[in-house]
Design a binder for this molecule. Structure first.
Ligand SMILES: Cc1ncc(COP(=O)(O)O)c(C=O)c1O
Length: 396
């Protein structure tokens, strides 16, 4: 017989979530995740993916993946340190380093597991981590795993960061202190104040870690937020994912050769989990090559982002202070944000409601992620639907 305690735990907690409207029913996308998607037979304009450059369905990536399956098979076969390091993984890491302007790079199986791996390989219980209050869950979990003291600073508040960096370093309590931040914050689309962060880091000798999951492929002509500010030689960890703008799966850290050497011998998901498949590695490599060859997709992304932003702003929506193509429509009331998202869905736009605890209370929103693959016609159609539902719900 299986555990009755577990049954009780699951039943009571799931019911609790359902009663409070917090149980997430997950939609199944029938077919590829492109600028339009099909759910339950209906075609919708997709404004919810992180496929910023449309590369997830790009023919060049698909060709690279197919060739890699033919030449290298379906799986990597082993953990990389045993005998799962394929020439395709090495090629990918070389490309990432060149793309990011660093000496070396290490690839992981996902962005989430990269943060779990890299932070805890360097920080321990005798250290402290200064973490932006809006950092992603994977950063938070990576910090927790390290057992370092986590000191949150107010979102992008440089005075708060400076005061806490001073206190932490002058206390003499910690061996090392790290400052860690998202490069682009995915709920609002704002960019971290990296020049000030680097200045504070230099003043107090902090280790700098930038998670550029939403900046890579987007800011800095595609090379990311660190490049956007020209700080490639001042940031210790340039972390990123291969799952968003790159369109595939995986995560990475780009940095100094000595850092990468250490991560290859000490970061546990690298040592104890099989690497991404040959198809993933080859498709990611091709995507990065494409970004290094041309900024065309990046320019299209920004053009589409600006077009959608202008359209929604003109209608009277509050689109916040986004500095990137990420376009929130801030509604405030959580229930209304959810109703809005539901009505958009019924009319043909797939844009998810984001509410507390992912964003602060009373800042419920519908978040739009335009991509380079959207056509003007799709964006116009989406704006038209926003107008219709916005008026219907008296939001504009
Ligand atoms: C800032 C940030 N870091 C890391 C991740 C995790 O990336 P992945 O989906 O590749 O695991 C995400 C994904 O949402 C993210 O937004």
């Amino acid at each position: 017989m299986t555990s009755r305690k577990l049954d009780h735990f699951l039943e009571s907690n799931i019911n609790d979530l359902k009663e409070n409207g917090l149980y997430n029913e997950i939609d199944t996308v029938e077919g590829a995740n492109g600028p339009e998607i099909t759910i339950k037979g209906e075609t919708l304009i997709n404004l919810s993916s992180n496929n910023y450059l449309g590369l997830a369905t790009h023919h060049e990536l698909k060709d690279a993946a197919k060739q890699a399956v033919d030449s290298h098979g379906a799986g990597a076969g082993a953990v990389r340190t045993i005998n799962g390091t394929l020439d395709l993984h090495i090629e990918l890491e070389k490309r990432i380093a060149a793309f990011k302007g660093t000496e070396a790079a290490i690839a992981y199986q996902s962005g989430f597991n990269c943060n779990m791996a890299a932070i805890s390989a360097v920080m321990d219980k005798n250290d402290a981590i200064l973490s932006d209050s809006l950092n992603h869950a994977s950063i938070i979990d990576g910090c927790r795993l390290s057992k370092a003291k986590i000191i949150r600073f107010e979102h992008s508040d440089m005075a708060d960061l400076r005061a806490k960096a001073k206190e932490a370093t002058e206390s003499g309590t910690y061996n090392k202190v790290m400052v860690i931040t998202d490069g682009v914050f995915s709920m609002d689309g704002d960019i971290a104040k990296l020049p000030e962060i680097v200045e504070i880091a230099e003043e107090f000798d902090l280790i700098t870690y930038v998670d550029d999951a939403h900046g890579s492929g987007v800011t800095g002509d595609g090379a990311g937020t660190v490049k956007h500010f020209g700080l490639q030689d001042k940031v210790d960890f340039q972390m990123g994912t291969l799952s968003k703008a790159i369109g595939v799966i995986g995560g990475y850290v780009a940095g100094k050769q000595s850092l990468i050497d250490w991560l290859k011998v000490r970061s546990r998901p690298f040592l104890f989990s099989t690497a991404v498949s040959p198809a993933d590695a080859a498709a990611s490599t091709r995507a990065i090559e494409m970004l290094m060859e041309s900024t065309e997709l990046n320019e299209k992304l920004w053009e589409n982002g600006n077009y959608l932003k202008e359209g929604l702003k003109k209608l009277g929506f509050d689109i916040g202070d986004s500095e990137t193509p990420i376009t929130p429509c801030i509604i405030g009331d959580e229930k209304q944000a959810q109703t809005f998202s539901k009505r958009l869905y019924e009319e043909g736009v797939y844009a998810k409601a984001i509410v507390f605890p992912t964003v602060p209370r009373r800042t419920g929103r519908v978040r739009n992620m335009p991509t380079a693959a959207h056509t003007k016609e799709m964006l116009d159609r989406a704006i038209g639907i926003y107008e219709k539902i916005g008026k219907e719900l008296k939001l504009i």
